[in-house]
Design a protein around this ligand. Structure first.
Ligand code: SAM
Length: 440
């Protein structure tokens, strides 16, 4: 690690001692980001028993105070009201400047902090394609997409080069949050420290350029890529970008209009602990070629049996995920308005998984309830965040309900859906997925 500190000293000059003070302290920056698809910051503040202090990195980002040990078990976390995210990690999506209606690719997406931030900004309009190359991590990504109630995402497990080749020229905006040596995570993650070496940095930089060269294929003319890392090394940040721009002169660095952190390469931003977060680098690149609309993909949607629509209307009101249904095997999906129909890209989810066809019935899926507002469900029960009922539900237990409730019923915490059950005779049979239940 001696070498790491020497390099940080030459990077930071007079500020090195300030960096060391942070480095040697036991305190970390911890943060949460409000999921505006399901909750507002004002509402979350009323429901939490600590004060939310804004970070400089995004309007939805707040610091978790030191004395708060764990909020991952809060019913509000289960409900997807917020995502626990290191404060400076929210900076890259701010620089992507996502607008509702955009087609956005998040190429290195697991566990999903930045993807779910993009989804909030899309506000269910347009498309988010969230890809992760490591299968086990892609499953965690999917679980977070479900928890945060994202309706307009494709989640895939594919090699970046294969995916971007198949989706050539399709996306308006692409995020490359590249795998890196993780120097910004050293204070929290001793494994990243143990792996540190100059050779590792160089091999990360080689892989990062490869990923950027894949990403550029999927970008339309005039589109934008944001490249980010959570490391400080120049090789993986300025070095990668300088080499990429040399090989791809049609790209240039663009001002993203943010003021957090400090500048580098004129418009890139660097964040150190002295700036209020553990550490990040992000830069916005514009492809300066003629605007070309994305290629169209023909969706051959098969005919849907009437009983599937009947099931949809029996459980939800006014088809909150639209009318474009697709059945693949036992799964019924509600597709976003526009979706490239691509085979061979390891797609794990398209739109909302509405339900599963069993022998002689259809059972709704957790994803559908997580993506619905209570008033969009035919039945719902609502409990306070501090109630015994919600605690019982998250443990997987049955709960007592009004005897008038029958059939599939959303379970909400302060009007935020957090799962479902099936009611009969005054009891709600628990359908909260076993892997998500609170253990003790
Ligand atoms: N964007 C994520 C978030 O905000 O939650 C964090 C992404 S993490 C920094 C980088 C991701 O890239 C990891 O999930 C890792 O598995 C993935 N990865 C590893 N090797 C890769 C490769 N060769 N190409 C693309 N992604 C890779």
């Amino acid at each position: 690690m001696k070498k790491f500190f020497e390099r940080m000293k030459s990077l930071l000059g007079d500020e090195f001692n300030d960096f060391l003070k942070f480095y040697n302290s036991e305190k970390f920056f911890r943060g949460l980001r409000v999921n505006t698809l399901k909750c507002s910051a004002d509402k979350l503040q009323k429901l939490l028993d600590f004060e939310l202090l804004k970070t400089p990195f995004c309007n939805e980002g707040f610091y978790i105070p030191e004395e708060i040990i764990s909020i991952g078990n809060s019913p509000l976390h289960h409900a997807g009201a917020f995502y626990i995210q290191e404060p400076s990690a929210t900076s890259a999506v701010e620089m992507l400047n996502v607008e509702p209606g955009d087609k956005v690719l998040d190429l290195c997406a697991a566990p999903g902090g930045k993807s779910t931030q993009i989804a909030s900004k899309l506000n269910s309009k347009g498309l988010l394609w969230s890809n992760e190359v490591v299968k086990s991590r892609a499953k965690i990504l999917l679980s977070n997409i479900e928890r945060m109630g994202v309706k307009n995402a494709v989640v895939s497990n594919c090699h970046p080069d294969l995916l971007c080749g198949k989706l050539s020229g399709y996306f308006d905006k692409i995020l490359v949050d590249a795998p890196c040596s993780g120097e910004g995570m050293f204070r929290k993650n001793s494994q990243a420290q143990n792996e540190w070496s100059i050779e590792h940095i160089k091999s990360c930089a080689t892989r990062q350029i490869q990923i950027l060269n894949s990403a550029k294929k999927a970008l339309r003319g005039g589109g934008v890529i944001v490249y980010s890392t959570c490391t400080f090394s120049k090789e993986e940040n300025e070095g990668v970008i300088t080499e990429f721009l040399k090989e791809n002169p049609e790209f240039s660095i663009e001002d993203s209009g943010v003021s957090f952190g400090r500048p580098s390469l004129q418009y890139a931003r660097r964040i150190f602990p002295m700036d209020g977060g553990e550490g990040h680098f992000a830069v916005r690149l514009r492809k300066n070629t003629e605007f070309l609309p994305s290629p169209e993909f023909k969706n051959n949607i098969s005919k849907i049996p009437d009983n599937v629509y009947k099931f949809y209307d029996d459980v939800f009101l006014n088809r909150p995920f639209g009318n474009r249904l697709e059945i693949i095997g036992e799964n019924i999906y509600a597709l976003p308005e526009e979706i490239p129909n691509i085979t061979g890209t390891g797609v794990l989810r398209k739109g909302v998984l509405l339900g599963k066809i069993k022998k002689n019935r259809i059972e709704p899926h957790h994803h559908a309830f997580m993506s619905a507002k209570p008033e969009q469900c035919r039945n719902y029960v609502d409990f306070d965040v501090n109630s015994e009922e919600i605690n019982h539900f998250l443990h997987g237990n049955e709960i007592k309900t009004d005897t008038s409730l029958k059939g599939y019923t959303a379970v909400c915490v302060n009007k935020i859906t957090t799962g479902f059950g099936k009611c009969s005779n005054g009891v709600l049979k628990n359908k909260y997925p076993k892997g998500l239940r609170t253990l003790k």
